[in-house]
Each structure stands twice: as structure tokens, then as C-alpha cells.
Design a protein around this ligand. Structure first.
Ligand code: MSP
Length: 520
């Protein structure tokens, strides 16, 4: 037998300067759906997330909290680990950049770059934005209303002048452009790819990769007055987790190059320009894809601490339920575009797509089976063209979902699922099994069988998106836990007539506004 194909995907590692918010949850959620999908589709998956703990921004936050940096990062990193646990995310590892394995890996990568003459010592004199942990050229800055200069992201900049090691990024422009040309899907979505290409075409400067004015970072080998630039440190996490510098390790050989780095649009340049350049310079293959997703606003407003409209993922889930939040975030906005979070839109999805469309379908079918078929999977008779059309529509979903998921088009995958849910609802209305109960019981059993089998398909395919609800539906169809992977989406594994079914219960409750209106 061939070994299972592999799939390695990563989230950005989160800065521990703050508590986790909806933006962090979104990136990890998207990866969680992908990881679950690939596992159900027979892949050996490695899904990595973690925390980015060094650098000036984190050091400042520790100082403000009155704690030593390592005490502070231990505390805040635990909040991020807690988020992944509370959300039931299926990551296989959680990396912290303060771990010994990572410090060792970064220093080894640095040494490789030195050996290959990719690093030289000089002096950096220029602008730096601590909030972005990024260097900016004079020409990139914008003027604020009060005349002061800001980074193009709106972050405050400060003038920095210090001894620094540089990476010869300027020498990598052509090779990066060639890599983008040879790998047209390396950067998605397409619009972002074009932005990166024009940035690289405009010419790259050598990159400052060490700092001397603070010390919360990984010391540079053989020159410990310098700590490594936090982005070089952070990006390296993706190979640390595979055992780098041991490139002969099982994990490294199996999973590198990564299939996907999922990132927000704000950090694309680091992943699509600097990271592949560092890797190529070190003689390591670049990742296969970087996908940049959009940003959420809250009721139309930019999310920020100063506005006070930061959305706490725990509160969100307490209010609407985990699967509803998962569904909403991936259905509401085409993945890659910006999106707005609003209570109204959320309720629309919960009561419309989940309760009315999917929930009612399952509820109607399962309760008719409970009442009229002795609480067991009914025995079907000959199929009509309508039966066949509906079953075929369900059977055609897997290839459609695979294609969508392979381009991170979650909304396309969900739309395809909901098209079949709509077809099934139309079919129930047309076939009217409640009328057949008297006029033609064998035909009623065929109709209910077809519907139950379609719900089996829908539930198996919905698992990556709504794991708990899909599991409850599959339990209601008495589908054993070891028969829920995509390999079971074939006629040979269709529901067995006469299998006993548990008493049906609703899966997707309607959202009812609390009576006191305090929640509106
Ligand atoms: N530490 C770096 C990443 C290093 S990866 C080697 C970092 N951390 S972060 O905590 O600031 O941001 C992590 C992710 O959260 C980014 O992908 C960012 O795009 C995402 N989001 C932050 N706010 C967001 C929204 N309002 N909406 C969606 N995602 C947003 O950057």
C-alpha cells in the first residue's frame, strides 16, 4: 500500500503582547477546517500553531505589565494555548519561540546563512515601527494629520541607528520572481500575488536582521551583543517544529516544504518575500503556498483596543455556540476578502442556513422515519429519476469540495453543501412523504431512505466545518465513528436498511434574542 499523502499547514505564531481576539481565532479556525478535511480525506496531517514571544513589542508589553519578559510570555502564551483548547482546534503541536528547540534551530539557520556568505555586518540607520516589528523606507512613510510620520499601516515609527547584521535580500529579487512565475499558486489570492510581485519588481534592499538596543531575543551566534530580528526568529518556527536543524529527521523529510502557511494580509510580505529568500539562501526549499486572508471589522468599525470593540472569541462562542461561529466565519465572507462581523448577520446565518435549511431537513426526515418506519433505516424500493438526481448531487460533492478546499475557498465549499441541502428540501416538498404514508407506503420508505442517505453524505462532509453538530447527526443515523471518513462516501457504504436509529433530537437550535434585550 502507498504511504498516506502528507499535508503540513501552519498558522502565524501570535504575538503575546495581548489577549487572543477574533482575528487570531479566524486564522486558526481556517487551518483547523483544512486539517480536519485533509485527515478525513486520508492525508497524514501536521497542523502547527503557537506563539511569537521575542522582540521589542513583547518586551514593552512585559514592562508595562510590570513583569520580567519570560514571566509575562509564560502567562500570555498560556491564554493562546487555552484558546486552541477551548475552541477544540486540532493542532498537532503548539510552538513557543522561547523554547530551547527553537533557539537552537534559529541559531543553526543563522550559521548556515553565515557559511553561505548571506549575512554581513553594517549599521542600520532608518525607520522602525515597533507595532509592526518592521523596517520602513523613507519613501513608504505617510504623513499623519499632525504632520508626524507614520508607517503605511498607521503604526508609529521611530528613527533607529545601530550596528546591525544584514541579510543580502537585494540579491534574491530575480530568484523570487522566478519562483513566483514557476509556482503560480504560491501566493493566493491572485490579487495579493500581484501586489507582492510588484513590490519585488520595484527592487529589494538588504534587510537588517539583528538589533542591539534591547535584549529580548535570540542571541546572534558569535556576537551576543546582537539579538536576532524578531521576524527571522519567528518565521523559523515553521521548520523548528519539524526538527530543524536535523534535516534528516522523519518529520522534516515527510513534511517539508510546507503545503500551506496561512496568514493575514498584513503579514504577507514577511511570508512571501523574506521567508522564501531566507530559505533559498540557506539551501532549503521554500513552502508551496502562502494564503493571505482578509480582516474582520466589528459592526462596520475597525477592531482596535483603543476603540474598545475587540471581540473575545470565548464570549462569542458562549453566546452563539462554537459550530455556529465556525460556520458563520467561513460562510459569511469569501475567504481572502475582508468581512464585517455583525450580530444581525450572525443571527441570519444561524436561523436561516443552520436552523431552517439544514436543521429542518434533518429534523423532518428523522422524525418521519422515527414515526413511520419503526425507528430504523427504511427499506428502499426501486428508484425514480428524481431519487437518482438527488443522490447523484450528493455523490458529486466530494470532488467539488476537494477542489474548493485546495484553494482555501471555504465559502465555495459551504455553498456547494447548501445547494444540495436546498435540493433535498425541494425534493421533500415535491415527494411529500407525509402524503405517501397512506397512499403508497413503500414509496414513502424509498423517499425517506434517499433523504437519510443524502443527510449521511452532508454530515460526513460537514464534519471539518462543524465537527460537533456533524457528529451528532451521524450518531442519529447510527453511523459508527470509524465509518465517517470520506472513504465511506461510496454506495457500498450507504446506510443499511433496518439499522436501528436513536430517537431524533434537534441539531441546530434557532437563536432567540434574550427577553430583556440586553443582548441585542
Ligand atoms: N507574530 C506575528 C506573526 C509571525 S508568523 C511567523 C503576528 N502576530 S499577530 O498576533 O499580530 O497576528 C496574527 C494574525 O492575526 C495575523 O495573521 C493577522 O492578520 C491576524 N489578525 C489580527 N487582527 C485581525 C482581524 N481583525 N481580522 C482578521 N485577522 C486579523 O503578526
Amino acid at each position: 500500500m502507498n504511504p498516506a499523502p502528507t499535508y503540513y499547514l501552519t498558522t502565524p505564531i501570535y504575538y503575546v503582547n495581548d489577549v487572543p481576539h477574533i482575528g487570531h481565532m479566524y486564522t486558526t479556525l481556517a487551518c483547523d477546517v483544512l486539517a480536519r478535511f485533509k485527515r478525513l480525506d486520508g492525508f497524514q496531517v501536521k497542523f502547527l500553531t503557537g506563539t511569537d514571544e521575542h522582540g521589542q513589542k513583547v518586551q514593552k508589553a512585559a514592562l508595562a505589565a510590570g513583569l520580567a519578559p519570560h514571566e509575562f510570555t509564560d502567562r500570555v502564551s498560556a491564554n493562546f494555548r487555552g484558546l486552541t483548547q477551548a475552541m477544540g482546534f486540532s493542532n498537532d503541536d503548539f510552538i513557543r519561540t522561547t523554547e530551547a528547540r527553537h533557539i537552537h534551530s534559529c541559531r543553526a539557520l543563522w550559521q548556515r546563512l553565515v557559511e553561505r556568505n548571506e549575512i554581513y555586518l553594517g549599521t542600520y540607520a532608518g525607520w522602525y515601527a515597533v507595532r509592526d516589528e518592521a523596517f520602513y523606507a523613507e519613501s513608504e512613510l505617510v504623513k499623519a494629520a499632525d504632520g508626524s510620520r507614520l508607517a503605511p499601516t498607521g503604526a508609529a515609527v521611530e528613527w533607529v541607528e545601530e550596528p546591525s547584521y544584514f541579510f543580502r535580500l537585494s540579491a534574491w529579487g530575480d530568484r523570487l520572481l522566478a519562483y513566483y512565475a514557476d509556482n503560480p499558486d504560491f501566493i493566493l489570492p491572485e490579487s495579493r500575488r500581484n501586489e507582492v510581485i510588484s513590490f519585488v519588481r520595484s527592487g529589494l534592499q538588504d534587510l537588517s536582521i539583528s538589533r542591539t538596543t534591547f535584549d529580548w531575543g535570540i542571541p546572534v551566534p558569535d556576537d551576543e551583543r546582537h539579538v536576532m530580528y524578531v521576524w527571522l526568529d519567528a518565521l523559523t518556527n515553521y521548520i523548528t517544529a519539524l526538527g530543524f536543524p536535523d534535516v534528516e529527521s522523519e518529520d522534516f523529510k515527510r513534511f517539508w516544504p510546507a503545503d500551506l502557511h496561512m496568514v493575514g494580509k498584513d503579514i504577507l510580505r514577511f511570508h512571501a518575500v523574506y521567508w522564501p529568500a531566507f530559505l533559498m539562501a540557506a539551501g532549503i526549499a521554500p513552502p508551496k503556498r502562502v494564503f493571505a486572508h482578509g480582516w474582520w471589522t466589528n459592526e462596520g468599525q475597525k477592531i482596535s483596543k483603543s476603540v474598545g470593540n475587540v471581540i473575545d472569541p470565548h464570549a462569542l462562542v458562549d453566546r452563539y455556540g462554537l459550530d455556529a461561529v465556525r460556520y458563520f466565519m467561513l460562510r459569511e465572507v469569501p475567504f481572502g476578502s475582508d468581512g464585517d462581523f455583525s450580530h444581525r448577520a450572525m443571527i441570519g446565518r444561524i436561523n436561516g442556513d443552520l436552523a431552517n435549511d439544514f436543521g429542518n431537513l434533518a429534523q423532518r426526515v428523522l422524525s418521519m422515519i422515527a414515526k413511520n418506519c419503526g425507528g430504523a433505516v427504511p427499506q428502499p424500493g426501486p428508484r425514480t429519476a428524481e431519487d437518482q438526481a438527488l443522490l447523484s448531487a450528493a455523490a458529486e460533492l466530494l470532488p467539488q469540495l476537494r477542489a474548493a478546499i485546495d484553494r482555501q475557498a471555504f465559502h465555495v465549499a459551504l455553498t456547494a453543501l447548501w445547494r444540495v441541502i436546498a435540493d433535498a428540501n425541494v425534493y421533500v416538498d415535491r415527494q411529500a412523504p407525509w402524503a405517501l404514508r397512506k397512499s403508497d407506503p413503500p414509496r414513502m420508505r424509498t423517499v425517506l431512505y434517499c433523504l437519510a442517505e443524502v443527510i449521511r453524505h452532508l454530515s460526513i462532509l460537514a464534519q471539518p466545518f462543524m465537527p460537533a453538530s456533524a457528529a451528532r447527526l451521524l450518531a442519529q443515523l447510527s453511523v459508527a465513528e470509524d465509518r465517517r471518513t470520506f472513504a465511506f462516501l461510496v454506495p457500498e457504504h450507504a446506510l443499511q436498511p433496518d439499522t436501528a436509529l436513536p430517537a431524533p433530537v434537534g441539531i441546530f437550535p434557532r437563536y432567540v434574542e434574550p427577553a430583556d434585550g440586553a443582548d441585542a
